[in-house]
Design a protein around this ligand. Structure first.
Ligand code: BGC
Length: 453
C-alpha cells in the first residue's frame, strides 16, 4: 500500500477512494489469509512457533449432564462480573444472582487496570465483589473466566503470559491467576469459596454453546478484544480431543496500512496482537480517529471548520470508540440529521456538510466491514483445519459487543462466510452466545468437580 496515497488525494472523493483500497478485502484476500492462518495453526500446535499460541485448555466439550450451583467470575478487562448460577443439565441453567463492577471508575476514584495498580489490589477488589454476592456459611466451587493469554498446566492452574487490551496492572504477568485469587479470598477469610477451574472467555463461549448444541466446535469473542478457540481432534501430547485457545488476536501475517501501523506504534505492546488491533472494539474507534485526523490535517475534511488539529477534541487518543462507530453508521435519515447534531455536540462543528457526514459514515463502515471479514478469514482457517471438505455441521459460538450490537457486523460475517463457502455454507451456523463467559465458567467448574470425584 503506497503511504503517499492520501497526500495525493485532491478532494474528499479521491480520499474515500484511497481509503476504500486500504480497507477492502476481496474474496481471494479472505481465502489467502485463511490459508496463512491455517498454516500458523499447525506451526503453533506442532512446532511451538509462529504468531498463534495454541494454548491447551485441559477441557473438552461438556456432556450436557453437568449440574449444580456454581460461582463464576468473569474478568474481561473492562468490568468484573460475579455470577451465581444453577446448572440443570441439557443446556438449562438459571442465573440466581449477579453483580458487575467496572475495573476503572469513570470519575477516577480507582483504576485497577493501569500501571499504578498491583495484582494484589486487583484481586482484592475481585474478592470484595465475591464477598458481596455470597452467603457466609455456604461452600462454593468457583469457575474463573480470565480473558487473557495464559499458560495452563491443569484445569485450575494458569499463568498470565502477557496482558492484552492495553491493561497494565503490575505483578500479574507470569503469576498463577487462581493462586492470586485464592490468596485474596483467604485474606478476606473467604475460605468457603474454592476456585476449581480457569478458562479463557472463548472457551467459556464454546462450553456454553456446546452445553446444548452438539455441533458447537468453535468459540469466538468479537468484543473489546478478539480471539477464538476450537476443538482440536488431534492435539499433540494427548489422545483426546481438547479445546485449544488460539489467541488468534496475535495473528500477524496480514498486510497493514498506515493507520494500522500508526495505531500499533503508539500502543502498549507494539508488534503484538496485530489482528486484534485491526478487529476489536477497543481499537476500531481509534483506527477511525486516526483516519479522520489524517483527513483533517491534509485539509480534506472540515477544511474551513477546523483551523488546527491541536485545538480539535479528536486529537486525544482513544476518544472515539466502537459505540461511536455504531452510532455513525446507524444514521439512516435522508440528510444525516442525527449525525449532524452528533458532530455538532461532540466535536463542536455546527455546519458540517452532507458530503463530510457521509464520508464519516463510509469510513465507519469500511473499518467495521474489514474487521468482520478478517474474523471470517480466521474462522475459515479453523474450519479447513478441522474438516477440510466441510463434511459435517459446525456451530461457531460468538459473543461480544461487536457481534451482538454493531449494526451490520453479524450480517457481514454471515455473508463473507457464504461468499467463500458457496454451496457448503449451510454446514456452518453462527450462534450468538450471550454471556457465554459467565456460563462457561460454571460449566468448567462442574467439569472440574467430576475430575475430583
Ligand atoms: C485476549 C484473549 C481474549 C480476547 C477476548 C484478547 O485480548 O488476549 O485471551 O480471549 O481478548 O476477550
Amino acid at each position: 500500500m503506497e503511504q503517499k496515497g492520501l497526500s495525493e488525494a485532491s478532494d474528499l472523493t479521491s480520499a474515500v477512494h484511497y481509503l476504500n483500497k486500504c480497507f477492502t478485502l476481496s474474496t481471494s484476500d479472505l481465502v489467502q489469509i485463511s490459508k496463512e492462518f491455517q498454516r500458523a495453526m499447525t506451526e503453533g500446535l506442532f512446532e511451538n512457533k509462529g504468531p498463534l499460541k495454541m494454548l491447551p485448555s485441559f477441557l473438552t466439550t461438556p456432556t450436557g449432564k453437568e449440574k449444580g450451583q456454581f460461582l463464576s467470575v468473569d474478568f474481561g478487562g473492562t468490568n468484573v462480573r460475579v455470577l451465581l448460577l444453577e446448572l440443570h443439565g441439557c443446556g438449562k441453567l438459571t442465573l440466581k444472582r449477579w453483580k458487575s463492577m467496572p475495573l476503572r471508575d469513570r470519575n477516577g476514584s480507582y483504576d485497577y487496570v493501569s500501571e499504578k495498580a498491583t495484582g494484589a489490589e486487583l484481586f482484592d477488589f475481585i474478592a470484595s465483589q465475591i464477598e458481596n454476592l455470597i452467603i457466609a456459611d455456604e461452600v462454593y466451587s468457583l469457575g474463573h473466566t480470565f480473558s487473557f493469554p495464559t499458560r495452563q498446566t491443569n484445569i485450575n492452574k494458569a499463568e498470565l503470559i502477557n496482558w492484552t487490551k492495553e491493561i497494565k496492572t503490575r505483578s500479574v504477568e507470569g503469576r498463577d491467576i487462581n493462586g492470586l485469587l485464592t490468596e485474596a479470598l483467604h485474606k478476606r477469610g473467604l475460605h468457603n469459596v474454592k476456585p476449581v477451574a480457569i478458562i479463557n472467555d472463548t472457551v467459556g463461549t464454546l462450553l456454553a454453546a456446546a452445553y446444548c448444541d452438539p455441533y458447537a466446535d468453535i468459540g469466538s469473542i468479537c468484543g473489546t478484544g478478539h480471539n477464538s478457540c476450537y476443538i482440536e481432534p488431534n492435539p499433540p501430547n494427548s489422545y483426546h480431543s481438547q479445546i485449544i485457545n488460539m489467541e488468534s488476536g496475535n495473528f500477524d501475517r496480514l498486510s497493514f496500512n498506515i493507520y494500522d501501523d500508526m495505531l500499533d506504534r503508539a500502543s502498549a505492546k507494539p508488534g503484538k496482537q496485530r489482528l486484534e488491533k485491526m478487529v476489536a472494539g477497543h481499537y476500531i474507534g481509534e483506527l477511525m480517529r486516526l483516519i479522520i485526523c489524517d483527513l483533517i490535517e491534509k485539509k480534506l475534511l472540515f477544511p474551513d471548520k477546523i483551523a488546527s488539529i491541536s485545538d480539535f477534541s479528536l486529537r486525544k487518543p482513544y476518544c472515539l470508540n466502537a459505540k461511536d462507530i455504531s452510532f455513525i453508521m446507524n444514521d439512516n435519515t435522508p440528510n444525516l440529521t442525527k449525525l449532524h447534531s452528533w458532530v455538532a455536540k461532540n466535536w463542536g462543528i455546527k455546519d458540517s456538510s452532507y458530503k463530510e457526514l457521509s464520508t464519516l459514515k463510509s469510513i465507519a463502515s469500511l473499518v467495521m466491514k474489514r474487521s468482520s471479514r478478517l474474523v471470517v478469514s480466521s474462522y475459515l482457517g479453523v474450519l479447513h483445519h478441522i474438516d477440510s471438505s466441510l463434511s459435517r455441521k459446525h456451530t461457531i459460538a460468538i459473543d461480544g459487543s461487536l457481534y451482538e450490537k454493531m449494526p451490520g457486523y453479524a450480517n457481514s460475517i454471515r455473508s463473507a462466510l457464504d461468499e467463500v463457502l458457496g454451496g457448503k455454507a449451510n454446514q456452518v451456523s453462527l450462534k450468538l452466545t450471550k454471556d457465554g463467559s459467565g456460563q462457561g465458567a460454571a460449566i468448567a467448574a462442574a467439569i472440574a468437580g467430576t475430575f475430583v470425584k
